[in-house]
Ligand binder design. Structure first.
Ligand code: PHE
Length: 500
């Protein structure tokens, strides 16, 4: 190993677990999950959700961790060692994740502004109008590209500055230390917010609405697709993040127990958030007489429109709850966004022998410049397109090929004895092989076809153009990084190792 890689090591297993939880727990848990749960059968959604955790979340995370830990190298280098034809996949995924990072920086920027707005309730009497028209000047037409919104640009740039500040340092001094502070803080503040929400009058109305199971939906293909989609996004599965983080661990980690902790914390957190969100909506429904199902909005709308609407009727408490809520979302988003730069930066560091400091600085500058597209009037619309493309198309292709590379070509059965020797909890058996080799690739392929079909059916012309541009960028850079020669001889050595 060269010096650059030396500094990429967690100080302790705790840093590793907390950074993984920080990556997993993010906007997906707070704004995405409550809505997904509600709109896909309420209580009945737990069946596909638990199935998705059992056959995808846990087995795939164990797989990603094991291979990352085994190779202790960047994602493309490991894939190259598994099979030299697979190096492209090793670039395709980290670049996709970097594209997620760029739009994530925008949502983080919006949220940063709302931390400040919440002290003054700057959104006024009509939060919907304020968010979409006044702040974002949102339009679906391409003319919006020429409308530049400085306040959004500044908010996004602040996020990039924080990301740069933390990431350009050595791993443990930056990300490791920060995760140890922010992740516990996130859980503590959320605990208070949810407990407070549960005590509001009308909370029961919201919770009844949330959990009222619609069993008939269990036969609907879409709710199964939604469950798998949620688990992939929420656990940041197949994004080479778990892989990269595991490659930074010291020897002798208990990867199976670590996986269980991360899944438990992430899924526990999102269900806990759902209780809070729906208690608040129940309260709102009681106050305004509007039915809960009229108040529920998708993701962005829930955080930036429904919540401010509730804070408007909450009286003085809202001056505590509002900032606390938006601040929590900011922390959750920050610990996730910090994980999205690691796979690509480590891969470049590894192949081209650049220092962590230098590559982080360059990537942050590129990311910050590109993210300015989201500070235009069409930003929100483009963000929706990029999100759909990356999550429903690109990442799923990645997960599918990862199953082939990690489970089949790498022969994942070889790592079982070592995993079990270290595991203080679950023991891995043949069931795991069956899941990662057969069941998972099949399920992912089905979800991918379903998602693609959905996207094409509902997509607009502009969306299609964005998809084409993204494909060109993604494939172009994947080819470029794959063919550029490495500065490290080790890159071309073929030996693979099993936990040596
Ligand atoms: N898991 C994160 C969340 O729930 C989202 C995320 C996706 C983070 C991809 C990193 C990479 O919000």
């Amino acid at each position: 190993m060269n010096n650059n890689e030396d500094r990429n090591e967690w100080g302790s297993n705790l840093s590793f677990i907390l950074a993984m939880i920080g990556s997993a727990v993010g906007l997906g848990n707070i704004w995405r999950y409550p809505y997904v749960l509600y709109s896909n059968g309420g209580g009945a959604f737990y069946i596909p959700y638990i199935v998705a955790i059992l056959i995808m979340g846990i087995p795939f995370l164990i797989l990603e961790y094991s291979v990352g830990y085994n190779f202790k190298s960047s994602f493309p280098k490991a894939l190259r060692k598994i099979n030299s034809k697979f190096e492209f996949l090793g670039w395709f995924i980290p670049i996709s994740v970097f594209l997620i990072m760029i739009y994530y920086s925008c949502i983080l920027g919006w949220d940063g502004l709302y931390v400040i707005f919440s002290f003054f309730k700057s959104w006024g009497a009509n939060p919907n109008n304020y968010f979409t028209s006044t702040l974002l000047q949102s339009t679906t037409s391409t003319s919006g590209l020429s409308v530049f919104i400085p306040i959004i640009a500044v908010a996004i740039l602040v996020g990039w500055l924080i990301v740069w500040y933390v990431s350009h340092k050595d791993l443990e001094k930056g990300l490791g230390r920060l995760s140890k502070i922010l992740v516990p803080l996130l859980f503590i503040i959320m605990l208070f917010i949810v407990i407070f929400s549960l005590t509001l009058p009308g909370a029961g109305i919201g919770l009844n609405e949330l959990f009222a199971p619609d069993w008939s939906l269990l036969l609907n293909f879409n709710i199964w697709m939604a469950a798998f989609g949620q688990i992939i996004f929420s656990l940041s599965l197949g994004m080479s993040i778990a892989f990269t983080y595991a490659s930074y661990t010291k020897d002798d980690s208990d990867l199976v127990s670590n996986t269980l902790w991360v899944v438990l914390a992430n899924c526990g957190f999102e269900n806990f958030c759902a209780l809070g969100v729906f208690s608040i909506l129940g309260y709102m429904s009681l106050k305004s007489g509007v039915a809960v199902n009229q108040l529920v909005q998708q993701g962005t709308g829930l955080v930036f429109i429904a919540y401010p609407t509730v804070f408007n009727v909450l009286g003085n408490w809202s001056y505590v709850l509002g900032p606390a809520f938006f601040f929590t979302v900011y922390i959750a988003g920050l610990t996730s966004i910090l994980s999205t730069i690691e796979p690509l930066s480590f891969s470049i560091q590894n192949k081209f022998a650049w220092s962590r400091n230098k590559i982080m600085t360059i990537l942050c500058i590129i990311g910050a410049v590109v993210s300015m597209i989201y500070a235009t009037g069409m930003g929100g619309t483009i963000l929706g397109f990029v999100d759909a493309y990356i999550n429903q198309i690109a990442i799923l292709i990645g997960v599918f090929f990862e199953c082939i590379a990690f489970a089949w070509l790498f022969k994942c059965e070889d790592v079982i004895p070592e995993l079990n020797r270290r595991s203080k909890s679950l023991k891995i058996g043949r069931w795991w092989i069956f899941i990662v080799k057969y069941l998972l690739p099949t399920v992912v392929a089905i979800v991918w076809v379903g998602g693609l079909f959905d996207t094409i059916k509902t997509g607009t012309f502009e969306e299609l153009i964005v998809f084409v541009i993204l494909t060109v960028i993604l494939v172009g850079f994947t080819i470029l990084f794959t063919v550029l020669p490495s500065k490290s001889d080790d890159w071309y050595k073929t030996k693979s190792r099993i936990f040596d």
